[in-house]
Design a binder for this molecule. Structure first.
Ligand SMILES: NC(=O)c1ccc[n+]([C@@H]2O[C@H](COP(=O)([O-])OP(=O)(O)OC[C@H]3O[C@@H](n4cnc5c(N)ncnc54)[C@H](O)[C@@H]3O)[C@@H](O)[C@H]2O)c1
Length: 271
């Protein structure tokens, strides 16, 4: 089975590629990175390509993948405010480009990495898939629009899909810090003897899901969940104050917590 993974060298991508290799898949990776650091395996073929570019179609033409797991994205909420054009270009136009190639080269199914950011600030928890969508950030908005395009392409061209809305993904090789990667940010600052920074009062909750579980969900969605949308989360909300407390206990450190003003678009609920 040949699976094309966009964003394969990324945090979730590398775990997903490793898991697909364990399942004996042949993996094609498309990413704009020059130095992808993928698992060394003869079943992985790497293309250094921007998903927005016209070259993408040629890759599908040559490789004729059976499935596509679309992970490449402009992934940061704060950066979506700094550069909304780029966020929309990659997350919306890039997704349309991937969808067109999937349809043209008869890909059996696309699995899409959406985000719980599409919900905005719902007042019930745990968040269920039926909850109203009300993205509060440009990033959440671009994921919301990309989801809508996937459903429209599916209706128009009978393209099978599964949309997965991940909560806060954490785990080994996470490279983002700050509000987007709060677990890693806390650990790194603790290790460096610095206070953990919390934006807001720390009572905001997050739902943390382990990256290997997300990789397994990505691979599983190739064979189940046709035309459906699922949350990929733990279903448990943890406040940032609780998280900082637990990490201090675990690492036997007593760093203080530094509070900073809440940033725009950052959700106060569990994801
Ligand atoms: N990490 C999380 O907590 C989280 C939560 C919800 C959703 N997601 C989604 O999961 C997916 C993977 O996230 P991640 O945490 O692994 O991010 P990541 O930044 O580690 O990986 C994203 C990859 O996409 C690539 N990329 C970006 N723009 C590209 C372009 N124009 N063309 C080709 N490649 C491009 C990057 O080079 C990178 O390798 C993303 O779609 C993200 O929005 C992640």
């Amino acid at each position: 089975m040949k699976v094309l993974v966009t964003g394969g060298p990324g945090f979730i991508g590398r775990h997903t590629v490793s898991h697909l290799l364990e399942q004996d898949c042949q993996v094609i990776v498309v990413d704009q990175r020059k130095d992808p650091k993928l698992p060394e395996d003869k079943s992985v073929t790497y293309y250094e390509t921007d998903i927005v570019s016209e070259d993408l179609e040629q890759i599908f033409a040559v490789e004729q993948p059976d499935y596509c797991i679309h992970l490449a994205a402009h992934v940061s909420v704060p950066r979506s405010y700094e550069n909304p054009h780029l966020d929309a270009e990659i997350n919306i136009m890039g997704t349309i480009n991937v969808l067109r190639a999937c349809v043209r080269y008869k890909v059996r199914k696309i699995v899409f990495s959406s985000s719980a950011a599409v919900y905005g600030n719902p007042d019930i928890y745990p968040i269920e898939e039926q909850c109203a969508l009300d993205p509060q950030s440009f990033y959440g908005m671009s994921k919301y629009v990309a989801e809508s395009y996937i459903r429209s392409f599916s209706t128009q061209y009978n393209l099978d899909y599964t949309i997965l809305r991940y909560a806060n993904v954490y785990g080994i090789r996470e490279h983002r810090t700050g509000e987007d990667g709060v677990m890693t940010a806390f650990i790194e600052r603790m290790a460096g003897g610095m206070p953990m920074i919390i934006y807001g009062d720390g009572r905001q909750t997050r739902d943390f899901v382990y990256v290997r579980d997300v990789a397994v969900a990505n691979a599983l969605a190739l064979s189940v969940g046709s035309y459906q949308t699922f949350n990929i989360s733990s279903g448990v909300g943890l406040s940032l104050l609780e998280l900082s407390g637990r990490l201090q206990e675990l690492y036997e450190k007593t760093n203080s917590v530094q509070f900073m003003p809440q940033k725009p678009g950052i959700s106060i609920v569990a994801f």
